[in-house]
Design a protein. Structure first.
Length: 80
């Protein structure tokens, strides 16, 4: 979830598909931030566990848009 301190409330939420559980998210800042980019220039990274097919993945979501589709999703060979 993304909290907006200017409005004092929840701004965005990423919803996972049924059967998918997300781990603790971390913020990964952009490698080339620009002065006007704001605090959300980067990515939200986390491990996901899909109980439907017993697979783990590592995903990066765009922290600015909080789009439900990850920017990248990488298969992890072991459960995390």
């Amino acid at each position: 979830a993304k909290w907006d301190f200017e409005i004092g409330g929840l701004a965005e939420t990423i919803h996972f598909p049924e059967g998918v559980v997300g781990g603790e998210p971390i913020f990964v800042p952009s490698a080339t931030p620009q002065p006007c980019d704001g605090d959300d220039a980067g990515y939200i990274g986390m491990f996901l566990w899909d109980s439907r097919n017993c697979e783990s993945t590592f995903v990066l979501y765009d922290a600015r848009t909080m789009a439900a589709e990850p920017v990248v999703e990488m298969h992890v060979p072991r459960r995390v």
